[in-house]
Design a protein around this ligand. Structure first.
Ligand code: GLN
Length: 230
């Protein structure tokens, strides 16, 4: 399914995270290396970042690899907190820019890599799209990000086939869950990257085990097993 990436650290250019790495989201849009579900991520993309405390987003329903405007402007956009994603739409879900992650409630940016039966999620007027990920994002915002682990565990037991890899950030915290798909972490001297798959072959990338919550604050990383982990 989709591939996502989060950054929390010193301000860096969006292009340096998303477009420049040899196996970054641009390459992952057509040739992901670790994707278990789906072949490529051509159904849209999105980048969200914090500009001081302001959330800014750029989303599209077209493939990232062909976006020359984004390629031109993104080297000039800098942020210390970024959530980006490329999308492989689940069958039956709408293909529209509002269905591309990251979603936001104005304070958090959130991406979902996976699939969930919409029947187990409450209808929400706050959802940005009818895509499963937008309904899930609305539920997570409503429950509060401090309860992210519990919300994922609850949704995972309501739909045992769900895959619930979440990535969320609010400018000073970067959170992620692993529930059915891959996630890797790179601790750099200037910050921490969490990504569905490594964007290069640096030996410092570490795989995050399944069914865990990851929290990054002030360069410190905490991993907590989620309830129901085997
Ligand atoms: N189910 C979501 C969608 O359709 C996410 C898909 C994914 O992770 N590939 O957009």
């Amino acid at each position: 399914m989709c591939r996502h990436l989060g950054w929390l650290g010193r301000p860096v250019s969006i292009a340096s995270l998303v477009l420049d790495p040899p196996c970054g989201l641009r390459l992952q849009s057509y040739a992901p290396r670790r994707q278990k579900h789906g072949l490529l991520n051509a159904d849209g993309w999105g980048v969200g970042f914090f500009d001081d405390t302001q959330v800014r987003r750029w989303r599209s329903a077209a493939p990232l690899w062909g976006d020359v405007s984004f390629a031109s402007v993104s080297p000039a956009l800098r942020s210390g907190c970024v959530v980006a994603a490329v999308r492989s739409a689940t069958v039956g879900m709408p293909i529209e820019s509002s269905a591309s992650a990251p979603f936001t409630d104005g304070r958090w940016l959130l991406s979902h890599n996976g699939i969930v039966d919409r029947a187990v999620l409450p209808a929400s007027p706050a959802a940005e799209s009818s895509v499963d990920s937008a309904l899930l994002a609305a539920l997570i915002f409503e429950r509060g990000l401090d309860n992210l682990g519990d919300t994922v565990t609850e949704v995972g037991s309501a739909d045992p086939d769900a895959r619930l890899n979440i990535l969320a950030a609010n400018g000073s915290r970067l959170l992620a869950t692993t529930w059915g798909d891959t996630l890797s972490m790179l601790r750099r001297t200037d910050g921490v990257v969490l990504a569905s798959e490594p964007y290069d072959d640096h030996p410092d990338w570490q795989d995050v085990p399944d069914r865990h919550l990851v929290e990054v604050v002030d360069g410190q990383v905490t991993l907590t097993p989620l309830k129901g982990s085997s």
